[in-house]
Design a protein. Structure first.
Length: 336
């Protein structure tokens, strides 16, 4: 077992998933504005430190994706944020892309940037304690999108990123996100997501990335958010599994789904059904941002000093996701 493979398996160990706390300052400011909390470095740190000190970090969270600001901050007890996360047994990680920009010659689509200077930034993040990294490519669905141009350029960027991350001694999370926006059917999502993931693995293999030391972070197979072609959750699970079985090489140790606009309960229920039907060798778990933090953020906004109440809210959500990652969740448990 390679060192990268053992880090990946530590992040994905049974019942554990990833807390995506890598919102940029701009995104975090929008979230805090919505609950009337000033978006200062201290407030952003206070909320995150509250979550990272929670009891469920030891049992439900295998890795935490951080943003550049957060990985460099110190906690109230003078520990660094990576030290606080490591003390709970979770692995600190870092988002390294610099965001999605308009794709030249296809202005409706995006290309993720951040390869310039990445090797040097990765060295710095490794010294700060990061042991895995994340890069997100985004794709839209319509009758003509995602284009071949978008599929090829984003796959190439993800592969170059992954190779540099492994060179620096870290595990790359490969995140090709086919967005839920639109009125497409689940079948459209299945076809486009399959095409996107296949291309990503062609490029990863071409760039000699060690797939055993990587994690895939895909979307689930869902109809578009404005589609009237709704499907039952069982079908979401079956289509998602079919897509991944047909596109992901068996060397990949695990898959950590993004929540991608689903509510906390939807993201939990769908993950639970995926695990109930999972007949693959892949570990199937979560890498959730909003679907792990939303309730806690709402609770915290009423009284930022109520640390215990905020942590209790977060612990409940993390426990529900952990059960879903083992196919043991049920709706009854939500109200206990």
């Amino acid at each position: 077992m390679s060192e990268l493979n053992s880090i990946a398996l530590k992040i994905l160990s049974i019942g554990k998933g990833i807390l995506a706390a890598d919102e940029s300052t701009g995104t975090m400011t929008k979230r805090l504005d919505a609950i009337n909390i000033p978006s200062t470095p201290d407030n952003r740190l206070l909320f995150r430190e509250t979550l990272f000190s929670s009891e469920s970090m030891k049992t439900c969270i295998g890795g935490v994706i951080l943003y550049d600001e957060t990985i460099k901050q110190n906690t109230s007890s003078k520990k660094t944020i990576p030290e606080l996360i490591s003390a709970s047994g979770a692995v600190p990680g870092i988002k390294v892309d610099t965001g999605a920009k308009i794709l030249a010659n296809s202005p409706d689509e995006k290309i993720t940037e951040g390869l310039d200077g990445l090797r040097e930034r990765l060295k710095e993040y490794y010294k700060l304690g990061a042991r895995f990294a994340k890069w997100r490519g985004v794709y839209i669905i319509s009758d003509k999108y995602p284009s071949k141009l978008s599929i090829n350029t984003n796959a190439h960027a993800l592969a170059r990123y992954a190779a540099l991350v492994q060179e620096s001694g870290m595990v790359p999370i490969v995140e090709p996100e086919v967005l839920m926006d639109g009125n497409h059917s689940a079948e459209d999502c299945f076809n486009k997501t399959s095409e996107v993931i296949k291309k990503c693995y062609e490029e990863l293999i071409l760039n000699k990335v060690d797939l055993t030391g990587s994690i895939l972070k895909p979307n689930m197979i869902l109809p578009g958010s404005s589609s009237d072609k709704k499907i039952i959750n069982e079908k979401v699970a079956k289509l998602t599994l079919k897509c991944l079985k047909e596109t992901v090489p068996t060397e990949v140790p695990g898959i950590a789904f993004l929540s991608g606009g689903q509510t906390e309960i939807e993201a939990t229920e769908n993950l639970n059904l995926i695990n109930k039907h999972n007949d693959t060798e892949f570990i199937m778990t979560y890498s959730y941002g909003r679907a792990l933090q939303q309730s806690a953020l709402k609770f915290w906004s009423k009284d930022t000093n109520n640390i215990k109440g905020t942590q209790d809210t977060f612990n409940h959500r993390a426990n529900m996701c952990s059960l879903a990652a083992q196919g043991k969740w049920s709706e009854k448990l939500e109200t206990k």
